[in-house]
Design a protein around this ligand. Structure first.
Ligand code: 16G
Ligand code: ZN
Length: 544
């Protein structure tokens, strides 16, 4: 009752805006920052409850990723460092939309009862808070803090301005009982990067590589990369759009989302960069794409997207496993996870390399969950979000093998492979896709193989593709199956799509309701750009 009183009092300071309905989508709540404080306050409460329930530290991140600067958003990191469990999403929706404080308190007490959450004990809950560089972040962070501390015994710990993956990483390590300050994060990625550089075959080391130029989207990623790069040797990084005063606006004409969708140079890049190795992060640094600028006046680029980063990682990992399997006869289950948006050429290529490829619906939580089923699971969305997961049992096998080999065959090829895999598991952020650790792994592998960005890009040629969106009154009218590749409802629509696809060579098309906007998305692929455009258009007409 004491608890209910406090909640009532605090909640009355954060009334919800009239006529706004908000939902915890694939990436949390996102909206114009001016209407978000009540939502963030309530998510603070939710995070504290989640911490009480799991008896673990929970994360709360204020960011709207690649959205425009006036937007903001909030999402929760579960104890493992992954996304909030899907089971709690409906409760998040209910909380955020409760019309008044009385309703809110009633919902909370019912939910707490159902979930067996009791409000006792001092410091029985802790939530780590992070935010990106958006100006609205400061007051929204305060709203989150108010929400958390309105739950008796809950502690809110501010971690400062962070990339989204950094906060997820901190939650993961805190719950493992390890030190999880930002400096620990930096130390871990730069140490494992150094190890991987040391494990490059001797004959490759001679080949000097030119500098990498990174577009930081004028956000937090650029700022953090400036810190990371100082700790690295053997890799020169030039950061542009780093978020410094006067350099430009967050996500405006810059960033991974812009580069991937528009296929033109981000602001700050141009013809002086022709042929150079460039990369682009998104606004909260959980996405990464590479590109090089093409010669010509129209600022076109050759995009090296998430699918190609995935392919590069997969080749490297597979190479290590071949060395291990050969000598041990130990079968390691490696799985590649993509969505229907993966370029068809990438899926063909991966299968031709003998890799096991599966598709899941769009959204990190689906890909992550699937990748978790393997000894090593690599997942990526074409948009540049992805990572590599190592199972606990495989990691402990690697540790044991490492010790054995140290006494029996120090310096062997096999030992090197074991060490490389262990270092990759340290460098790559296993909580969530992380552009900072991703960029370092790409750079190591390019050195390992001696490939230029052009050589890498030639692994396979992307099929021309087109994405369209169709505004609809009710996007839930479209229901799909088979990882969104087939429409179940409305009846007859899939047959119509099949009919269109059949008219093209290498044609492929699917539609799905967006998880973030009131639209149906259309994707089409074909052997030429004209055909892909045409196919997308005719499929879109069936949706209308
Ligand atoms: C969210 C997802 C992203 C997905 C995108 C699709 C997370 C963290 N982010 O940004 O993975 O690609 O939504 O958006 O899951 P859409 O449903 O509007 O097409
Ligand atoms: Zn992002």
């Amino acid at each position: 009752e004491h608890q209910a009183g406090i909640l009532l009092e605090c909640a009355s300071k954060y009334p919800i805006p009239k006529g706004v309905k908000i939902s915890y989508g694939t990436a949390g709540f996102r909206a114009d920052a001016s209407i978000l404080s009540s939502t963030v306050f309530r998510v603070g409460i939710l995070a504290a409850l989640r911490s009480l329930k799991t008896k673990s530290v929970i994360g709360l991140m204020i960011t709207a990723s690649h959205n425009q600067i006036s937007d903001n958003g909030v999402k929760i990191a579960d104890p493992s460092g992954g996304m909030l469990t899907q089971e709690w999403e409906p409760f998040a929706d209910l909380l955020a939309n409760a019309p008044d404080p009385q309703n809110l308190v009633k919902l909370i007490s019912e939910f707490a009862k159902k979930e067996n959450i009791s409000f006792t004990g001092v410091y029985s809950a802790e939530v780590l808070l992070g935010r990106d560089t958006r100006p609205s972040g400061e007051s929204l962070l305060e709203a989150a803090r108010q929400g958390i501390t309105s739950v008796v015994g809950a502690l809110a710990t501010g971690m400062g301005i962070l990339t989204t993956p950094q906060l997820h990483w901190m939650v993961r390590y805190r719950n493992k009982g390890k030190s999880s300050l930002e400096s620990d994060y930096f130390k871990q990625i730069s140490n494992s990067f150094r190890c991987l550089m040391d494990y490059i075959p001797r004959e490759m080391i001679a080949s000097e590589m030119d500098e990498l130029i990174v577009d930081g989207a004028n956000g937090v990623g650029g700022e953090k990369l400036e810190v990371v790069k100082k700790t690295l040797s053997g890799l020169v990084i030039q950061v542009r759009n780093s978020g410094k005063e006067g350099e430009g606006v967050l996500n405006q004409g810059v960033g991974a989302d812009f580069v991937q969708k528009e296929k033109i140079v981000p602001s700050g890049f141009g013809q002086i960069d022709v042929g150079k190795r460039c990369a682009s992060l998104d606004g909260d640094a959980d996405r990464l794409v590479y590109f090089h600028v093409l010669l010509g006046s129209n600022n076109k680029i050759e995009l090296v997207d998430g699918d190609k980063i995935l392919s590069l990682f997969a080749l490297y990992i597979k190479q290590q496993l071949i060395i291990l399997n050969k000598e041990d006869g130990h079968h390691v289950h490696l799985g590649i996870v993509q969505t229907a948006y993966a370029n068809g050429a990438s899926t063909d290529y991966l299968k031709k390399m003998g890799l096991e490829v599966v598709l899941t619906p769009t959204g990190v939580k689906y890909l992550h969950e699937k990748a978790y089923e393997y000894d090593i699971g690599i997942y990526f969305e074409a948009n540049g979000h992805g990572t590599i997961l190592f199972s606990a049992s495989f990691l402990s096998w690697l540790e044991t093998r490492n010790k054995e080999l140290a006494s029996t065959s120090e310096g062997s090829e096999q030992q090197l492979s074991v060490k490389r895999l262990l270092a990759v598991s340290e460098l790559i952020n296993q909580a969530v896709g992380d552009a900072l650790s991703g960029v370092l792994l790409v750079e190591v592998i390019l050195r390992h193989t001696g490939w230029s960005i052009q050589r890498w890009s030639e692994l396979y040629q992307d099929l021309p593709s087109r994405q369209l969106k169709v505004k609809v009154v009710d996007r839930t009218a479209v229901i799909t199956t088979n990882a969104e590749t087939e429409v179940v409802k409305p009846a007859g629509l899939q047959a119509a799509i099949n009919c269109e696809v059949a008219k093209y060579t290498m044609g492929r098309s699917f539609i799905r309701p967006s998880g973030t906007e009131d639209v149906i998305r259309v994707y089409a692929e074909a052997s030429t750009q004209e055909e892909a455009d045409h196919l997308a258009k005719s499929v879109a007409q069936h949706v209308d």
